[in-house]
Design a binder for this molecule. Structure first.
Ligand SMILES: C[S@@+](CC[C@H](N)C(=O)[O-])C[C@H]1O[C@@H](n2cnc3c(N)ncnc32)[C@H](O)[C@@H]1O
Length: 205
């Protein structure tokens, strides 16, 4: 791994993921996680302070970028939450079918190399009554913005750890076998190509 990916990129991601407008989205979503919970692409653990520990039976996180784990473990300790983190990718989740009550995926479908495969895995490991809590930035509906998202993605991707600005979140959920039961999209405060965010709850279609 080069020095940029080891030291600079985690700081950049942690900074972007900690913007106040993003934190507000987390505050709306994470308290709803319940039971056995799996967080996909846990990163530096930005979601950890927003879980309601009383609702959690277990919390596990996965992320292939092991260089982010230390920060996540520090945040877990500060939040008083037990979390098990494994350095793995979401395209192959090492869990039995129907293992989790909640899968959490925030600001990660943009980066996973094969997001549809990962969503199929998330669906597989969710119990039939389970829920996917998602909050993702993606392709904006306005032509003037989406044009820039397509143009900027090849430049942005290597800087931002593989992040795409132009992935269509509702289409990915459907292709991954999910049906959104709650879904809300809006621009957050910030540069428009980066801040079209879709948040909600999905279940197996
Ligand atoms: C922009 S960060 C978001 C981190 C965190 N989910 C949050 O909300 O702050 C994207 C994360 O996706 C992770 N990621 C990249 N490829 C992945 C994969 N194949 N499976 C799971 N996570 C992945 C990255 O390592 C990174 O931590």
């Amino acid at each position: 791994m080069n020095l940029y990916d080891r030291y600079v990129m985690p700081c950049l991601i942690d900074g972007c993921c900690g913007m106040p407008a993003v934190q507000q989205q987390r505050a709306k979503l994470l308290p709803r996680a319940t039971g056995r919970v799996l967080e996909i692409g846990i990163g530096t653990g930005r979601n950890l302070p927003f879980y309601d520990p009383a609702r959690l039976k277990t919390l596990e996180g996965l992320d292939p970028a092991g260089q982010m784990n230390a920060k996540a473990m520090k945040r877990a300790k500060q939040a008083g939450i037990d979390v098990q983190i494994v350095t793995l990718s979401a395209e192959t989740i090492p869990a039995d079918d129907a293992s989790y009550d909640t899968v959490v995926c925030t600001f990660t479908l943009c980066t996973i190399p094969d997001p549809i495969k990962a969503l199929h895995e998330m669906r597989r490991v969710l119990r039939p009554s389970g829920q996917l809590l998602f909050c993702e930035h993606g392709l904006a509906p306005d032509a003037g913005v989406s044009k820039w998202q397509h143009r900027l993605t090849p430049w942005w991707k290597p800087i931002a750890g593989g992040c795409h600005l132009n992935r269509d979140v509702p289409s990915m959920l459907a292709a991954g076998g999910f049906r959104a039961v709650e879904i809300e999209s809006s621009y957050l405060k910030g540069p428009k190509p980066l801040v079209w965010v879709t948040r909600g709850v999905a279940v197996a279609a």
